[in-house]
Design a protein. Structure first.
Length: 246
């Protein structure tokens, strides 16, 4: 709305200085209209430069994510691709739903680089039960309806000032791998022979038996939980070893 107002004030300023002949009217009206015109221009410039009339509003959302390899492994896998060398910014591959196909997330939009540079994504390990992604988005919003009425002609309201996403994955049951390692992992899993599988099963059985000896009153549900935990941890260790050797 400020553009039409500027046009009207500009016309009034012209009329005040050029068309009004009595000096007693010309000077005060010209000064008033000119001052209003300059003030409106300054308001517009400050809004462009410093987002005057707006404020930052931050919103945080968290939801669970699922392994990039589905149920092919008893562990969760997060595929990562770093953007740059020291930016700590990644494209991350995972599934948004349990039965959904894994897809790349946080891929920069090369057609809108101004917005792309405001967004970042990374990952970390923690002692948590499930993998989640937490996205914190800060947007520019109008302070009130007056500023929106005057300056909201370009759709600036709701524009992203900054957005950061962090994938938090269980330290004991998830593994972060590069795209190259993910391909190696698929090949290694396919080449895994019966002897290796039996060796893994034996390690799990021995640890479950050791737990049962220490806890003779353990229920079947507790033993199943221990077996799942040991299987996951042993698989993570075995995969890390295989990737290191290849």
């Amino acid at each position: 709305m400020i553009i039409p107002i500027l046009a009207v004030v500009a016309i009034l300023t012209y009329l005040a200085w050029i068309r009004i002949e009595p000096l007693a009217w010309r000077v005060p009206l010209g000064l008033i209209s000119g001052t209003v015109f300059v003030a409106l221009v300054m308001l517009l410039l400050v809004n462009f430069d410093r987002h005057y009339g707006m404020e930052k509003v931050t919103k945080t959302e968290t939801h669970q994510i699922y392994s990039a390899v589905g149920d092919k492994l008893p562990i969760g896998v997060l595929v990562t691709k770093e953007l740059g060398t020291k930016a700590d910014n990644y494209v991350l591959v995972y599934a948004d739903k349990k039965d959904a196909k894994a897809t790349p997330h946080f891929v920069p939009d090369t057609k809108h680089m101004v917005q792309a540079v405001k967004k970042s994504a990374t990952y970390r390990e923690a002692n948590v039960a499930q993998a989640t992604v937490t996205t914190t988005t800060t947007r520019w919003e109008w302070r009130n309806k007056v500023f929106e009425f005057l300056l909201g002609f370009g759709g600036e309201g709701g524009t992203v000032a900054k957005q950061s996403s962090v994938v938090t994955m269980p330290k004991s049951s998830w593994l972060a791998v590069t795209d190259k390692q993910a391909k190696q992992l698929t090949k290694l899993q396919g080449a895994q022979d019966t002897a290796q599988q039996q060796a893994l099963q034996q390690v799990v059985a021995e640890q479950v038996m050791a737990y049962r000896e220490v806890n003779p009153m353990a229920t079947p549900a507790e033993l199943a939980k221990v077996e799942q935990k040991v299987t996951t941890e042993t698989t993570v260790a075995a995969i890390k070893k295989m990737l290191a050797e290849n």
